[in-house]
Design a binder for this molecule. Sequence first.
Ligand code: NDP
Ligand code: 2IT
Length: 444
Amino acid sequence: MAVLDSIKETVRKRNPHDAEFIQATDEVLLSLELVAQKHPEYVENGIFERIVEPERQIVFRVPWVDDQGKVQVNRGFRVEFNSAIGPYKGGLRFHPSVNLSIIKFLGFEQCFKNALTGLPIGGGKGGSDFDPKGKSDSEVMRFCQSFMTELYRHIGADRDVPAGDIGVGAREIGYLFGQYKRIRNEYSGVLTGKGLTYGGSLARKEATGYGLCYFTQAMLEDHGSSLQGKRVVISGSGNVAIYAAEKCTQLGATVVAMSDSNGYVYDENGIDLAKMKEIKEIRRERIKEYANALPRAQYHEGCKDIWSCVCDIALPCATQNELDEQAAEVLIKNGVMAVCEGANMPCTPQAITVLKRHGILYAPGKASNAGGVATSALEMSQNSQRLSWSFDEVDARLKNIMENIYRTCADTAIAYDDKDNFMLGANIAGFEKIAEAMLAQGIV
Ligand code: NDP
Ligand code: 2IT
């Protein structure tokens, strides 16, 4: 019996309804089997038992009043997962699908991702089942104010520092920050992804997408290739997808398709990013409007079929489990060479197995999308210094961090005799850093 099987069992018993959390912990624990054999001190000190149990889970009521004067109630979450290497750090997700399982899986992944950045940040995640879609700005503001009226007591610049994720962008962060400042009477770096006029970092908005491309480029170059001249398919059209598309294009690739939850657009000669930003960032409209505005583009209803577009590189940048086994098989049939995750856990375990079996380069999100949180940590540094660095300085640091993460994953995979298994490399390298810190700090 594998050493960590009993821990998988405990996770199942404690979290019987939490499919996403079980999926995320199963993957990591499988990768850590060899580590457990090599390091009996981790087993003796209960590191594995402790790392799958959040340090603290907060669930709260968020009441607010809509534009019709009707009382609405949502549920708020913050899971403070692990603080061994720094204050809890991770985004807030506002989406109707949010529940404790989703927040726990995201918080768990965040711990390893944050460790891989090499910066002093622990792992956490939060959010709500509130749906910002179709709400007025004042409804979003009232919701954010109510959410922060509970959350403020749990967070702080040296305690827990939230940021954005799905459904939480600059607008929401602004309202959350304003309410925190008002309640605490304190101007601090308690949130990242802030606007540039009140403590935000240049290049944070671009960081996850750009970082994904820096990682992808490092991986391709290590295998005698590059993004130059490649056809790329990117799912999603939110923060991560848009800036991944921008950097891919700058690096000489052609982004031929993007999506939202309703459907996808195909634009053979390359997505017009100015148009996409106008529709998605400014007008907050559906991606269908892109094809209405540009007759050369085709719109297809249903987002899943985006993976049937022929491409060299696939970048899933929307949500968890959006790329399944069937999609992986279609991508392979069409000649894909690499799948790099911008979203968290977008490939199902079966899809990953298929990709590995066919020797496709696969970059796991906890490594390849770490550029966002890494730049959040750079925002925290700037806030502490009360200084702002230039775009080029932040971007250069981001590129360096992503190249280091790639090298760490690749080298760790080689050290464990499984070259190019970047998932194994990411899980082990992230874990070892946290485990050493936990060991040093005793049973806490
Ligand atoms: P946004 O809210 O900006 O965009 C999300 C995009 O994904 C939208 O196009 C949305 O479509 C689509 N999407 C969301 N949920 C679903 C769903 N259930 N099915 C199909 N499409 C969906 O979020 P981000 O770009 O910030 O986040 C995207 C992914 O990247 C998430 O997995 C997030 O956890 C991850 N991530 C984000 C980071 C960041 O810095 N923002 C950092 C690292 C990872 P629609 O508008 O129709 O809902
Ligand atoms: O999943 C993620 O890494 C994020 N949503 C970004 C978190 C952050 O704190 O910047």
